[in-house]
Write a protein that binds this ligand. Structure first.
Ligand SMILES: NC(=O)c1ccc[n+]([C@@H]2O[C@H](COP(=O)([O-])OP(=O)(O)OC[C@H]3O[C@@H](n4cnc5c(N)ncnc54)[C@H](OP(=O)(O)O)[C@@H]3O)[C@@H](O)[C@H]2O)c1
Length: 288
């Protein structure tokens, strides 16, 4: 039997790392994309050599091309059976003060990075009639989280693009799914996860001019608390990894996977509550 090759972007930690370990245990030949050499070495060691690291910065076209070339050699005629577009970054800032640099960075990784990686890998995916799994933003996207509007915008873009891609590739037999994670952590990273989330809100506040801080420091602090409160309900990365595996292997992969109960609550709120009521809810949470 031909080996099933999968490429996972952003595999150094979090959902990407959890998925790499999960799929390698399930017998996949995993190509785990990382930006730093030491992250690749660690993954190789953790998986006892089953995971093959590959260097990839999704915001850099040259890096994507190099990754494509090395992957082409590695997979040969078998092609690529799965691409998991997971790499992503956050963006916390009131839109009134967001910089072009921040917007460019968020879109370069979360959106353009996903499209350009997919484009580059598609010849290999065609070869295997493989599948594509894009990681969306969960509630942050479809609820348009205030003070995280730039992040929400990149993930809305991912949703729209994934819907279009799914139809464009239907005829080629390439299935495309979107995963909507709820709050997710990996055991090893739980403390770091909270620290990074807190630091992102604190840094966003510190970057504001005096006038901005007067208006947004308190809402940012409330949003930080709201975000942190979800950590208690967070699901392990393994939970999302199993949804990703389903999307890669099931004879009937879903177009969308909602992970975790708060994701379902979020989707119901976004569909059923009128905008005015949603705004009031956010007002209650953030004081805005
Ligand atoms: N965790 C959640 O609660 C949650 C909820 C909703 C959606 N999501 C989405 O799920 C995905 C994974 O989230 P996570 O929490 O597991 O993230 P994470 O722990 O912050 O890890 C992000 C990964 O993306 C990589 N990355 C960042 N910039 C990159 C670039 N330019 N090129 C290639 N890789 C890059 C990071 O690599 P480095 O280590 O080199 O920085 C890291 O491996 C993201 O798309 C995120 O938006 C997560």
């Amino acid at each position: 039997m031909q080996p099933r090759h999968v490429l996972i972007t952003g595999a150094s930690r979090g959902i990407g790392r959890g998925t790499a370990l999960h799929l390698s245990r399930a017998g996949w030949s995993v190509h785990a994309a990382v930006r730093r050499h030491e992250d690749g070495v660690r993954l190789e060691q953790e998986s006892e050599g089953r995971i093959q690291p590959i260097r990839l910065d999704v915001s850099d076209d040259e890096s994507i091309e190099l990754a494509h070339k090395s992957l082409e050699q590695a997979v040969g005629d078998a092609g690529l059976s799965g691409l998991v577009n997971n790499a992503g970054i956050g963006a916390v800032a009131p839109l009134e003060y967001v910089t072009r640099e921040k917007l460019d960075e968020a879109f370069a990784v979360n959106f353009q990075g996903m499209v350009m990686t997919t484009r580059a890998m598609l010849p290999l995916i065609h070869r295997a009639r493989g599948r594509i799994v894009n990681i969306g933003g969960g509630g942050a996207a479809y609820l348009g989280f205030p003070l995280m509007g730039a992040l929400a915008a990149t993930k809305y873009a991912v949703e729209a693009m994934t819907d279009a891609l799914r139809v464009e590739l239907r005829g080629a037999g390439i299935r495309v799914s979107l995963i909507e994670p709820g709050m997710t952590y990996s055991d090893r990273d739980k403390d770091r996860f909270l620290q990074e989330s807190n630091a992102a809100f604190e840094a966003a506040s510190a970057r504001l001019p005096d006038e901005g801080r007067r208006r947004y420091a308190e809402p940012l602090e409330k949003m930080r608390e709201f975000n942190a409160s979800f950590l208690a309900k967070a699901v392990p990365a393994e939970f999302v990894a199993r949804r990703i595996e389903h999307a890669l292997t099931s004879s009937r992969p879903r177009s969308r996977y909602y992970c975790g109960s708060e994701t379902w609550v979020g989707i119901l709120i976004s569909k059923l509550l009128p905008s005015r009521a949603r705004d009031a809810l956010w007002g209650h949470i953030t004081g805005l």
